[in-house]
Design a protein around this ligand. Sequence first.
Ligand SMILES: O=c1ccn([C@@H]2O[C@H](COP(=O)(O)O)[C@@H](O)[C@H]2O)c(=O)[nH]1
Length: 224
Amino acid sequence: MTSPIYVAIDTPHLRKAQTLAQRVRGHVGGLKLGLEFFCANGHHGVHEMTKFGLPIFLDLKLHDIPNTVAKAVQALHVLEPAILTVHAAGGRAMLEDAKAAAGLNTKVVAVTVLTSLDDSDLIDIGVGGAAIDQVERLADLARASGLDGIVCSGEEVAAARKAWPDGFFVVPGVRPSGGAMGDQKRAVTPREALDRGASILVVGRPISLAANPDIAAREIEATL
Ligand SMILES: O=c1ccn([C@@H]2O[C@H](COP(=O)(O)O)[C@@H](O)[C@H]2O)c(=O)[nH]1
């Protein structure tokens, strides 16, 4: 069975990214490349990472006016990402245009509330109510806009899955029991996230900062 773990390759160094991918490729289901990697390595870097034969998740969290996002998504076609992120807060027109611009084999998923935010952070940015309410609201919007799914934390994924049974749910910010949280504020264990309805898990530092990333990936996989 394919692993639900996508390893977050968060480094600007292509060589380091390749080394990490090589070490964990047998224990993960895909490679997640985000802003840090893409800003440093661009299309060339993504192309190099496709050589590992794993699905590529381009976590670029696009958020701009509809025309700009649609053109950006079109410019990514050639990379054929399996998954691409946009921010749900970009609004309905932006989400619809992003989905329409994507290739048929690319799942477009909307980031709802970043897992690094808690309820008090939401107050700071003018969002009243709890993270769960905002996630549910933005999940409804993503679904109505024709997207494939959302990104949310393991704290909300059960409610989101219940409301959208065939949605695709990406859960980042997962931590093995007792693992360092870093900047993550709404984290659950990989097992809990899957049990609650996650489609895939994004795991970064618990693997990439481990002394032996392949062993760390294997140990997390064994808990699932
Ligand atoms: O809400 C979100 C959306 C995306 N991410 C990304 O996932 C990984 C998590 O890395 P860890 O080292 O396991 O914390 C990272 O690439 C983020 O950009 C997220 O954490 N939360």
